[in-house]
Write a protein that binds this ligand. Sequence first.
Ligand code: LLP
Length: 432
Amino acid sequence: MFVNDCLNINSSGHLTIGGCDTVELAKKYGTPLYVLDENVIRENCRSYVRSFKKFYNGNGMPLYASKALSCKELCRIVNEEHMGLDVVSGGEIYTAVQAGFPMEKVHFHGNNKTADEIRFALESNVGKFVVDNLYELELLNKIADEMGKTANISFRIKPGVDAHTHNFIRTGQIDSKFGFALETGEAYDAVKKAVTYDNVCLKELHCHIGSQIFDIEPFVTAAKIMVEFMGKIYKELGVVISELNLGGGFGIMYTKNDEPVPYEDYMEKVSAAVKDVSAEQGIPVPYIFIEPGRSVVGEAGITLYTVGGKKKIPGIRTYVSVDGGMTDNIRYALYQSEYTVVNASHADKESAEEITVAGKCCESGDLIQEHTKVAPVEAGDILAVLSTGAYNYSMASNYNRIPRPAIVMVNNGESRIIVRRESYEDIVKNDL
Ligand code: LLP
C-alpha cells in the first residue's frame, strides 16, 4: 500500500510506523519530527551482511556511509549489525568515537581533509584513510611521521563510469572534484608514489560512482575497471593491493515510480565480476567493502509535520504550509527530489486533493513537494513525508534560526528519542 513496508493504517485511520500511531507520536514529541523504524534499519544492515556471506564467502564488509544520517545511536546499531563505518569529517569521527564504535572499522573519506582532522583521525586510530589527492597523500604521510604512526590508506579512483543519476550526485566521471582519474594516468602515478612513502601503507583502492542508482550495470563496469587496474599495478609494479572498496549509491523508493534493485542481485553480479576479472588478471580475489548510506536508513524514516495555513490560489494551486521545511528537508529545493506525502491523520481516505507543501522559511523555494496528492487536508492535520531517513537530518540547518527537529526511533509499538529537539538555547549557545 505504501512505498515503505514499515507503514500501515490503524483503526483510527491514522498512519502508523513500526506499530506506532504517527498522530500520537506527533502529540507526544511535537513536530516537525523525524521518525525511524529500527527493524527496517537492522534488516537492511543484515541483508548486506547476508549477501556478502552468500555470494562472496563473507570475504568483505559493508560500511554504513554515515553522511546519510550520523548520530550515536545509529553508530551503535550499525556496530551491533557487524558493519563498519564510512565517515567524511572530524564531526562524524567524533560521533563514532563517542558511540564507542570500533575505530579500526572506520574509513575516513573526503576531498579536503584538514590537518586537524587528519591528526584527530590518527589519534582516534581510524582504520583507513581514503586519500583523495596528492596534496593529501603528502600531508598525511608527514603528519603520520610526526606522530610516529603508519596510516593504512586507500585511493579514491574515478573509474570514468556514468551512473545515470542526478548530475549533482554523479561522481564517477572524470569531471568530478573527487579522487584520482584513471584515464590520465593520475591514479597510477599516485600508486607509484605511495609505495615509496614510509608512513602510509597502501591497502585498498576505492571508487564511488554516484548515488540513488537503479542500474546494476554501471556498478559491474566500475568493479571490472577497478580490478583491471589492480591487475596492472601487480604486473607493472609487483604490488598486490588486497582490498577493494566499491562505494555506495544504491537507489531507494521515494515514490511508486522508483524501482530499487534487490541488494542480492547487486552482490551476486558484482561478486562474480570481481572474481572473474581477478582470475583473468592473475591476482588474489580482493577483500571487498561497499558503502551504502541512503539504502540503510532512507526508507526507514519519515518526517511528521503539523499543517498550518492553507492558501488556495484559484486556477493555480493550493499551498499547504507546515511547521518545518527546507531546514529539515532541503532535498526538493536542492535537487527537486520527489517524495510521497501522506495525510497521516486521514491515511484511510482517498488522496483526492492536490497540494503544494510549503515550509515556514522566508524563501519562495522553501517547498517540500509540489502538486502532490493527499487525502483532503486542513489545519491541525499531521502530514507525513516518506523515505526521509537519509540526507534529511544530516543536511538540516538552522536557517531563520529554526531549531532542528528531534529524531524518534520506533520499534514494535515502542518509541524513544535518539536525538533531542534543539532548543532556542541551543540556537544561541555559540553566540558571544
Ligand atoms: N561512499 C561515498 C564515497 C560517497 O560519496 C557516498 C555518498 C556514499 C558512499 C553513500 O552513498 P549512498 O549509498 O547514500 O547513495 N545529499 C545527496 C546525496 C549525496 C551522496 C554523497 N555521497 C542526496 O540527498 O541525495
